[in-house]
Ligand binder design. Structure first.
Ligand SMILES: NC(=O)c1ccc[n+]([C@@H]2O[C@H](COP(=O)([O-])OP(=O)(O)OC[C@H]3O[C@@H](n4cnc5c(N)ncnc54)[C@H](OP(=O)(O)O)[C@@H]3O)[C@@H](O)[C@H]2O)c1
Length: 287
C-alpha cells in the first residue's frame, strides 16, 4: 500500500494518475486535508485518509497498513520543516519500507533570497537520512507548468518582461515529474538514492521567447528589466509584499544560475527522454 501526501495538489494528482496505470486503486492511499477536494480520488476507489501535516495523530492514523510513503513537500513555506518532520516521525513509527521525498533541485541555497525555504528542503533531506528509514530523494527542478505564472496572461501580445537576464533553467513538465516519482514507488532498486530531476535542456528566457514565437506565429520578445523596477511594477499593481518577495526570490535564483543543473536521472526514471521544452509549452498553452 502506497500513501501519497499532497494528493489533492498538482504533483500528487500526476503521481496518482500514473500509479493508476500500473496498480489497482486499492493499493493507493491519498493523504488530503480537504474531503471535498479528495472526492474525485475516492470515486476512483482510492483510500482517502483525511489529515493535516500539523496534526501528528492524523498522520499516524493515515500511516496504518502503509508500506511506502511519498512525501510531496508542503507548500506552507514557514512551516515546511516542522510539517515534514511530522510526516517522517509518523512514517518511522509505522515502520514503512520506503519514504520517498520530493524536494528541490537548486544549488547554493546559502546565497539565495529564498534561503530559509531552500534550507528547509535540505534539512528535511538530512532528517530523512538520520531517521534510518530506507529513502529516495527526488530533487525536482522548476516545473515548466509554472512558466505562465512568470510570463503573465499577455505574453503572446506583450512579450516576456522578466528580470532573469541570461539565467538558464532546465524546466520539466510536472506530469512527467509525477510519472518519475510513481516509477520510484513501483520499482525496487531506488533505495537510499538521491536523484536530481531536470529537463534535458537548459533554456534562457530569450530562448523561451523564441520557442513561444515559433509555436504561436507571433513575435514574442524578451526584456529583462532591473529587478527593483520589476518589483515596483508588481507593487503598483497591488500585489502583496510577501508575494513580491517570493516571486523576486525565484527570479533571482533563476538569474543567478541556482537552477543551472543537469542530470540524466530524470531520463533514467522515465525510461525515455523527458519532453522538450517546446512540446511542454505546446501542451501547457494548448497551441
Ligand atoms: N518545482 C517547482 O517548480 C515547484 C513549484 C511549486 C511548488 N513546488 C513544491 O512542490 C510541491 C508540490 O507541487 P504542487 O504543484 O503539487 O503544489 P500544490 O498543487 O500547491 O500542492 C500542495 C499540496 O500540499 C497539500 N498541503 C499543504 N499544506 C498541507 C497541510 N498542512 N496538510 C496536508 N496537506 C497539505 C495541499 O493540500 P490542499 O490541496 O488542501 O491545498 C496540496 O495538496 C509544493 O508543495 C511545493 O513545495 C515546486
Amino acid at each position: 500500500m502506497i500513501l501519497v501526501t499532497g494528493a489533492t495538489g498538482h504533483l500528487g494528482k500526476a503521481v496518482i494518475d500514473h500509479l493508476l496505470t500500473k496498480v489497482e486503486p486499492s493499493r493507493i492511499a491519498a493523504f488530503a486535508r480537504d474531503q471535498s477536494k479528495a472526492a474525485s480520488l475516492k470515486d476512483k476507489g482510492i483510500d482517502v485518509r483525511i489529515g493535516n501535516f500539523d496534526d501528528v495523530a492524523s498522520l499516524e492514523s493515515a500511516m496504518k497498513g502503509i508500506h511506502k510513503v511519498l512525501l510531496i513537500s508542503s507548500n506552507d513555506h514557514g512551516q515546511l520543516l516542522e510539517q515534514h518532520k511530522n510526516v517522517i516521525h509518523a512514517a518511522k513509527k509505522a515502520q514503512v519500507s520506503q519514504l520517498v521525498y520530493t524536494g528541490t533541485a537548486v544549488q547554493d541555497a546559502e546565497g539565495s533570497p529564498l534561503k530559509a525555504m531552500l534550507e528547509a528542503h535540505e534539512h528535511t533531506e538530512d532528517y530523512i537520512k538520520q531517521s534510518s528509514l530506507p529513502y529516495t530523494i527526488l530533487r525536482n527542478t522548476m516545473y515548466a507548468d509554472t512558466l505562465p505564472l512568470f510570463l503573465g496572461d499577455k505574453v503572446f501580445e506583450s512579450g516576456i518582461y522578466l528580470p532573469v537576464g541570461d539565467g538558464k533553467v532546465p524546466f520539466a513538465l510536472r506530469r512527467e515529474m509525477g510519472e518519475a516519482a510513481a516509477n520510484v514507488l513501483l520499482q525496487s532498486n531506488h533505495e537510499n538514492k538521491t536523484y536530481v530531476l531536470t529537463g534535458n535542456e537548459l533554456n534562457t528566457f530569450d530562448q523561451i521567447a523564441t520557442i513561444l514565437s515559433e509555436l504561436s506565429g507571433k513575435t514574442v520578445g524578451y526584456i529583462s528589466p532591473d529587478l527593483n523596477a520589476f518589483k515596483e511594477m508588481l507593487r503598483a499593481a497591488g500585489n502583496p509584499e510577501f508575494g513580491i518577495s517570493t516571486i523576486a526570490g525565484f527570479i533571482s535564483d533563476m538569474r543567478e544560475g541556482r537552477y543551472n543543473l543537469q542530470s540524466d536521472n530524470f531520463e533514467m526514471l522515465l525510461g525515455r527522454k523527458p519532453m522538450s521544452l517546446k512540446n511542454s509549452l505546446k501542451e501547457i498553452y494548448s497551441i
